[in-house]
Design a protein around this ligand. Structure first.
Ligand code: 4AD
Ligand code: MG
Length: 462
């Protein structure tokens, strides 16, 4: 007999037919005559109830069916007589694939802390919460490709190993095959990378943007979606050392087009989740954040506020509030400021534009005022910055001047500068932090709980 997934079983009426299901035992209860097994196979948050008459089965088999064990069950799908489920399986045979010792199985009991589950990240997929989170994460990845494909954007694979630092923040992981115990130095004391694999200094990428721009300036509209790496020592619920980023890059888009795209894009994703991940979202709404569905609908149905950085600073200053970090024109905004604007002042997502050039990356288009650049950050309730982007500097001289001014290694960026020499074009793009999106969509509060295997300072166990 062919195996049926539990999701399919629960959504189509196959009552009366013989079925085969396979999955992991969530709970077993009953008495000496009959046992009720809640079985889950990951296809859905819902379990199927298996009813087994103890007389028909080996006593030891029934004993071995404990929480966490893996079994295959065949039997008749019938209407349930009990409460809580419409259908159940009357087991005619049960095969035990894998025992799960009740004494030592870490998830034997329910109600573990998130911290405990993080320490047991290899098993946490088996909880309802993480099952829901990772099914939603999958759906969002799928929806992202759907969205861009429908709009005629091309998925461009940008490199993971690079020689450049796109953000210029110097927060990079080195990639090397050199023997760290026998490093060779040049006369000036600097490391000699001649003998290294690539014959030059390389690192894990912090962003696919610069290479994405090369693609956009020919293919028109592209997006990257891949892992990015930042060796920033930020131990916060919003930062990972390895995270995934979606970076669309579009020729002929100005900053307004860029904002329109960003807003339409995230709304599409939220709508997709509401329409396609209903049961998982309802579960999370019940168990994790009882405002979740309300928040998702609210963001979907309201226009994002668009104001300049300068206006934001005025609003923040006018509050007269005591901040942990000072507010002042020219200073970067901190999470507390971003969240005040979004959660208290405007009470909806906010797009801030035209930041001071000093606090933004070298590639952003410089405004006429000589002080600000055409940057945009999208700020979300409970999250802070979810998207960062800009219109790009397409003028060769201005870009080169900025690279020189910021003392960036021009020799590593010759290929990037070439695009401004040969057929340059106005263009824009942004980066959406995938895990920050998943945080918002699931209502989870720590970014470590929305990526299967989080990498954070001092933590790379699994
Ligand atoms: O603002 P960022 O640094 O922008 C860029 O990397 C640009 N190259 C994007 C572009 O224009 N193509 O990062 C973009 C987003 C942030 O808004 C945030 O959501 C996420 O990436 N992000 C992080 N997410 C998790 N952990 C970290 N350490 C993150 N750093 C940034
Ligand atoms: Mg940013």
């Amino acid at each position: 007999m062919k195996r049926t997934k539990i999701k399919a079983l629960l959504s189509t009426s196959q009552v009366g037919s013989e079925v085969l299901v396979k999955g992991w035992v969530r709970t077993k209860r009953g008495n000496k005559n009959v046992v009720f097994i809640a079985l889950n196979d990951g296809s859905t948050i819902n379990n199927i109830q298996v009813v087994a008459d103890t007389v028909s089965f080996d006593e030891n088999l029934i004993k071995d069916i404990t929480t966490g064990a893996c079994i295959a069950v065949s039997g008749k799908l019938v209407e349930s007589q009990g409460q809580g489920q419409k259908v159940e399986i009357n087991a005619s045979s049960i095969e035990l694939y894998g025992k799960s010792d009740a004494e030592t199985y870490p998830l034997q009991k329910k109600g573990h802390s998130m911290e405990f589950l993080r320490e047991n990240a290899h098993l946490r997929f088996r909880t309802n919460t993480f099952g829901a989170v990772f099914r939603i994460r999958h759906s969002m990845a799928f929806a992202i490709h759907n969205y861009f494909n429908d709009k005629g954007f091309f998925y461009l694979h940008t490199p993971i190993i690079t020689g450049s630092d796109a953000e210029g923040a110097g927060e990079m992981f080195h990639v090397t095959t050199m023997d760290l115990n026998k490093l060779v130095h040049k006369e000036d004391g600097s490391l000699d990378f001649n003998g290294d694999f690539f014959g030059k200094e390389t690192n894990l990428t912090v962003s696919g943007q610069l290479e994405g721009e090369l693609g956009a300036l020919s293919l028109g509209e592209i997006y990257t979606f891949g892992p990015t790496f930042r060796a920033e020592n930020s131990n916060t619920p919003r930062h990972l050392a390895e995270f995934w980023m979606i970076e669309p890059e579009m020729s002929f888009y100005d900053l307004n087009d860029n904002m329109d795209l960003a807003e339409e894009f995230v709304k599409y994703l939220i709508k997709y989740a509401l329409e396609n991940c209903r049961e998982d979202l309802e579960f999370l709404n019940n168990m994790i954040d009882n405002k979740l569905l309300e928040k998702l609908n609210f963001v979907l149905n309201n226009e994002f506020v668009r104001i300049t950085y300068t206006e934001a600073v005025s609003i923040l200053t006018a509050t007269g509030k005591k901040w942990d970090y000072m507010v002042g024109w020219g200073r970067d905004l901190q999470a507390e400021h971003e969240r005040y604007l979004v959660e208290e002042h405007f009470k909806r997502p906010v797009i801030l534009t035209d930041y001071p050039r000093e606090i933004k990356a070298f590639y952003m288009k410089q405004n006429e005022d000589g002080k600000t650049v055409r940057a945009m950050d999208v700020l979300f309730p409970g999250i802070g910055e979810i998207i960062g982007g800009s219109q790009r500097e397409e003028n060769y001289e201005k870009l080169l001047a900025r690279i020189t001014e910021m003392k960036l290694p021009q020799k590593d960026l010759w290929w990037y500068l070439d695009t401004r020499k040969f057929g340059t074009a106005p263009h824009s793009g942004f980066g959406l932090g995938f895990e920050r999106l998943i945080l918002f969509v699931t209502g989870m509060s720590n970014i470590r709980d929305v990526i299967p295997f989080p990498r954070t300072p001092k933590n790379a166990e699994f």
